[in-house]
Design a protein around this ligand. Structure first.
Ligand code: HSE
Length: 372
């Protein structure tokens, strides 16, 4: 059996990964070791059903005994440990949820429903570094997979509505604290049905602007607000999150698909763990709505077409209806006034599942099958 070392399994993405692996019984086909940055030598928690002690995530010798290392520990860990393992000539597979190695020439971004052929080819070429994609990129590509398969897409503008989870676990907590602060600031007035809504709004705004408002992580209020910038400022008017749209999409699509132009604005909103994206899609030729819907439905087994009606959209095309599932919902498909080949769509997917843990779980399974 392949020896697989897990690092960062206790964090948010790592926990979702472990849960998915347990529910798919993936642990039965590998020999697991769990590494830690803070609790070396302690017992592995009972839910992991592993009787070994926790190993040191910075012990290069210990790590080098693994055939495969799966890390959800974050980019700083990768930047420190990966070069050290390479330096001693470690020949194992490195599977990483962090972004630091994504654009390296000898790393493949994994999204196997779309790039399984590229994964096979890369494996044959001896590639050993497998990195999960940016969540909005993976979720968008899965949503329009059917259009990509038909080589129908010229360009996509993606305007995102990204959940707090994409910024991290602390940010999710902070969003709820912010919501609580806003509610508490207006609580007494809300209890009085005769109170004036503008006075309530004023109280809420004062709370948002007060020094004590919890915003250590987001820097500004997210609850009752939105943040029209995600990730670093590239100093050319574009955020790093926006840059990833085209760069990562085309790295995933290389070997077997035509490249597509992708651009748009990335915005943080107050949803918990599912990212939404409003897409404007320019197709290479004219199609009608039924043809577009058919192509999208045929994309993959996770994509679910939501009919473009008010009722269906407000109930089934939302973060709250999708969170915790592997469904990639897509709806609001409409030919826009601009031209016959320009369509709108709205898509939602769980940022922690298909956006992060699931592509990692699946590449691990693929590698284990190949290494057998
Ligand atoms: N960068 C994404 C976000 C999540 O901030 O929502 C990670 O892919």
């Amino acid at each position: 059996m392949q020896k697989v070392g897990f690092v960062g399994w206790r964090g948010m993405v790592g926990s979702v990964l472990v849960e998915r692996m347990q529910s798919e019984k993936d642990f039965d086909s590998l020999e697991s070791s769990f590494f830690t940055t803070s609790q070396v030598g302690q017992k592995t928690p009972p839910y992991l059903k592993n009787n070994d002690l926790l190993l040191d995530a910075f012990d290069i010798n210990e790590l080098s005994r693994m055939n495969i290392i799966v890390t959800c520990q974050g980019g700083d860990y990768t930047k420190k440990v990966y070069p050290e393992l390479k330096k001693i000539g470690w020949q194992g597979h490195w599977v990483d949820a962090a972004s630091s190695l994504r654009m390296d020439d000898d790393a493949l971004i994994v999204l196997d429903p779309i790039n399984h052929i590229a994964i096979d080819e890369a494996y044959q070429r001896g590639i050993k570094t497998w990195v999960g994609g940016n969540c909005t990129v993976s979720l968008m590509l899965l949503a329009i997979h059917g259009l990509i398969k038909e080589n129908a897409v010229d360009w996509v503008s993606s305007m995102t509505y990204q959940a707090a989870s994409g910024a991290g676990a602390q940010n999710m907590r902070e969003l709820l604290e912010q919501m609580g602060s806003l509610y508490n600031s207006a609580r007494e007035m809300l209890d009085d049905p005769r109170s004036n809504i503008l006075a309530i709004d004023q109280k809420v705004l004062e709370s948002m602007h007060s020094k004590s408002f919890p915003k250590d992580n987001f820097v500004v209020p997210l609850a009752g607000n939105l943040i029209p910038w995600i990730d670093q400022d590239l100093n050319n008017g574009q955020s790093r999150e926006e840059w990833k749209g085209q760069a990562e999409s085309n790295k995933i699509l290389q070997n077997g698909h035509d490249s597509i132009k992708v651009d748009g604005l990335c915005v943080r909103v107050g949803s918990m763990r599912s990212h939404s994206q409003a897409l404007t899609i320019k197709l290479k030729k004219d199609y009608d709505v039924k043809q577009v819907e058919k192509m999208i439905t045929d994309g993959n087994e996770w994509v679910k077409l939501i009919p473009n009606t008010r009722e269906n959209s407000i109930h089934d095309l939302t973060p709250s209806s999708v969170s915790g599932t592997l469904e990639i919902v897509i709806g609001r498909i409409r030919q826009l006034n601009f031209d016959k080949n320009i369509f709108s769509a709205f898509t939602v997917g769980d940022q922690l599942l298909w956006g992060a843990a699931e592509p990692i779980r699946r590449i691990l399974k693929i590698l284990i099958q190949k290494e057998r």
